[in-house]
Design a protein around this ligand. Structure first.
Ligand code: ATP
Length: 511
């Protein structure tokens, strides 16, 4: 069957997430709150599996990476030293007519030029088709105004590049009319709060906008445990908060999200480009190991002129989301900037004494930083599939199936007694459920026709289904007694398996 169109695909995924209990809008009964999401019964399992896979592969299976869980609210000086208080900003634009706010770098505009003369401006919001949409708008503009002459090809720019003379002439994306957009101004994305009973200047603190600073601030404490030697990494999984101007695209850009970050410290004279490449490859291979097709991934190297002054290089692993190719995982070579900053600001030098090289230095760092929610969305988009399958009457109908990798699927196996009103079947099915439960997540379901129970599990992404029928009870002869039907989600192929072989057979396929 043809793949659903991109916008349509996103709608289908959002609706499946709600219907099956993966993701809900936060505080929905009060109308929702923009940029915040809740994870339902299947969503929490999927998230947990993503985190656990990452933690196992990044920390437990390596000798050179250790874990950390630092607090969400840290000393405010952390964020001064890191540069977040002064510079963690996005350029914000207000539309005075509609009261809507936009990120300036997400508004694209172009001059409408006819026979060398600028006759007006057109605007679109960031999308997959910025140039085409602007071109179409320019043509409509010229036609509506009945302007004669040849329209020149449009040259898209983002709003941060607009000159002061152009700003009043650029139409607002909200109203389509010029004159209401303000010049961009810096908006700090850190959420502020107060610590203690007094709410004044001195009690201001921030919800962390990234987990990374915890690793820098605790660098010395971890060195002092004596467990690590350069090169080594510190990894952390935890919530981060950013007051995004325009949260959008479902869970892609939220105001509360979870990060998995690792700071890999290397010596000051090591080949940083080699380590940078190593971690880009590691991240890509890891994404593939949880079911993201390599064909949906690409690399974007930040141009040298756009890098922060201390950065040696940043590469983003990009994923082809239905709404466009977007950053999934950033891998940055940050030099010794962060440790040096905290060394200076705290008065405690963040140095390492290298026994082999017999010298003291501030280590350099490579940072792979990713959001759990962005991985989860990429996984959902990769897994969504529609095919044809026979219904109860043998007629072909569209089947929605989430082809989640067994490693991260929320439920590994579903157990169904063929009929719920036959106590022997139910008893046997519950025995099978209890046999498997110590090893994997099992879902027991006796409600409704067996075909419909399969469909529900196909939508939940459960890779295996087990049916306990009269053959299991030995009613068709002893050779089938204590065997069950094992159905594989993607191929819908069924095989007969001995109950005593189930654990070993399934464990091998879900790990
Ligand atoms: P973007 O340019 O998309 O805002 P960023 O470059 O600011 O992202 P980083 O500061 O490098 O992002 O954060 C590291 C990772 O954290 C990102 O690659 C992404 O996976 C995740 N992330 C960042 N901001 C958000 C958000 N608002 N919602 C969900 N995940 C996020």
């Amino acid at each position: 069957m043809a793949e659903p169109k991109t916008a349509e695909l996103m709608d289908k995924i959002v609706s499946l997430c709600k219907r099956r209990g993966f993701i809900f809008q936060s505080s929905e009964i009060y109308g929702g709150i923009n940029g915040f999401w809740d994870y339902g019964p299947l969503g929490v399992e999927l998230r947990k599996n993503i985190r656990d896979c990452w933690w196992n592969d990044m920390v437990r299976r390596r000798d050179d990476v250790v874990g950390l869980e630092s607090s969400i609210i840290m000393h405010p000086k952390v964020w001064e030293a890191s540069g977040h208080v002064g510079g963690f900003t996005d350029p914000m634009v207000d539309c005075k007519a509609s009261k809507q706010r936009f990120r300036a770098d997400q508004i694209f505009f172009a001059a409408v030029v006819v026979e060398g003369k600028t006759v007006g401006y057109v605007t679109v919001l960031e999308s997959e088709r910025i140039a085409e949409e602007l071109q179409e708008k320019a043509e409509t503009f010229k036609r509506k105004k009945a302007i004669q002459g040849k329209l020149e090809p449009i040259k898209p720019r983002d709003f941060t590049e607009a000159t002061p003379e152009e700003i009043p002439l650029i139409p607002s994306p909200a109203t389509g009319e010029p004159g209401s957009l303000t010049p961009p101004r810096a908006f700090n994305m850190m959420f502020e709060t107060h610590v203690g009973a007094l709410s004044d200047e001195s009690s201001v603190a921030y919800l962390r906008p990234e987990t990374a600073q915890g690793m820098f601030v605790d660098f010395k404490a971890i060195l002092d445990t004596g467990r690590v030697k350069i090169p080594f990494g510190i990894a952390q999984i935890g919530k981060s908060f950013r007051n995004e101007i325009t949260p959008r695209n479902f869970i892609f850009r939220s105001r509360e999200f979870e990060q998995m970050e690792m700071e890999y410290f290397i010596s000051d004279d090591d080949d940083w480009a080699k380590w940078h490449r190593y971690w880009i490859d590691w991240c890509r291979d890891w994404l593939v190991s949880v079911g993201i097709p390599v064909s949906a991934l690409s690399e974007y190297n930040h141009p040298k002129e756009k890098l922060a002054f201390y950065s040696k290089g940043t590469t983003d692993l990009m994923f082809k989301y239905p709404f466009g190719v977007q950053e999934l995982w950033g891998i940055a070579a940050r030099g010794d900037y962060d440790l040096t900053q905290h060394g200076k600001a705290s008065g405690q030098p963040m140095e390492y004494f290298d026994d082999l090289k017999k010298k003291r230095y501030v280590p350099h760092v490579i940072e792979p930083a990713v959001g759990v929610d962005r991985i989860l969305l990429a996984i959902l988009c990769s897994a969504y599939c529609e095919d044809q399958a026979p219904n109860e009457k043998g007629e072909m109908e569209t089947r929605v199936v989430m082809k989640l990798h067994p490693r991260i699927a929320p439920i590994k196996v579903a157990v169904f007694p063929l009929l719920k009103n036959k106590p022997d079947l139910v008893k046997k099915a519950q025995e099978v459920r209890d046999l498997l439960r110590p090893y994997m997540t099992v879902f027991y379901d006796e409600a409704g026709a067996i075909g419909r129970r399969y469909r529900r599990q196909d939508e939940a992404g459960t890779p295996f289904g087990l049916t306990i029928d009269f053959d299991t009870l030995g009613e068709k002869g002893p050779e089938l007694a204590d065997t069950v039907t094992l159905r594989e989600r993607d191929t819908m192929k069924q095989e007969r398996v001995k109950i005593s072989d189930l654990v070993s057979k399934l464990i091998e396929r879900v790990r």
